[in-house]
Design a protein. Structure first.
Lengths: 110, 112
């Protein structure tokens, strides 16, 4: 996974709860991103960051916040979880021309 | 919004069969096309990055071609094996944010 770690691996939330999905890398890559994967939808970009202090929205940003206070960490926050956010979440770094994905977090919102 | 289409959605083949699938994309403002292999319960794994019209890339029994003028790429698997069973994703580097735009994937199942 090119040194990309994600925690937790699995999480179950109730509607309205908040939580943070963690993503970390130790290779000093500037570009990091978050995707969600839903059946029949492929991978969709939520938010991305081109470096510490810089974040931007992707295709499906609503309901999620991100921050990039350090190069190593790029947490994804769900402010008030909804069943529609049940998904598998992947964090990725960009190395050269290729994106490398972390192992994923499987989130279920009841 | 860039649209990346993959066909077929799913494919079932017998061990030993050769197979191929298609990724279609807008041909204007092309920069790069990526292929990923995604096994169930794992993260997507990069296969190829293709940038030039006419590019051909190969990794073992898997190869890919690129036609940027007509906007398509083919992925070929020669002599499919059960371990080739996975979803194969293509992604176009582009969009207003210069990010990867993924297709929905082709799910390949290889029966022994």
């Amino acid at each position: 996974n090119a040194g990309v770690t994600q925690t937790p691996k699995f999480q179950v939330l109730k509607t309205g709860q908040s939580m943070t999905l963690q993503c970390a890398q130790d290779m000093n890559h500037e570009y990091m991103s978050w995707y969600r994967q839903d059946p029949g939808m492929g991978l969709r970009l939520i938010h991305y960051s081109v470096g510490a202090g810089i974040t931007d929205q992707g295709e499906v940003p609503n309901g999620y916040n991100v921050s990039r206070s350090t190069t190593e960490d790029f947490p994804l926050r769900l402010l008030s979880a909804a069943p529609s956010q049940t998904s598998v979440y992947f964090c990725a770094i960009e190395k050269g021309d290729t994106q490398y994905f972390g192992p994923g977090t499987r989130l279920t919102v009841l | 919004i860039l649209n990346v289409e993959q066909s077929p959605q799913s494919l079932h083949v017998q061990e030993g069969d050769s197979t191929n699938f298609t990724c279609s994309f807008p041909s204007s403002n092309f920069y790069a096309l990526h292929w990923y292999r995604w096994e169930t319960a794992k993260s997507p794994e990069a296969l190829f990055v293709m940038t030039l019209n006419g590019d051909e890339k190969k990794k073992g029994r898997i190869s890919a071609t690129l036609n940027t003028k007509e906007g398509y790429s083919y992925l070929y698997i020669k002599g499919s094996q059960p371990e080739d069973s996975a979803t194969y994703l293509c992604a176009l580097y582009g969009g207003s944010q210069g990010n990867l735009i993924f297709g929905k994937g082709t799910k390949l199942s290889v029966k022994p």
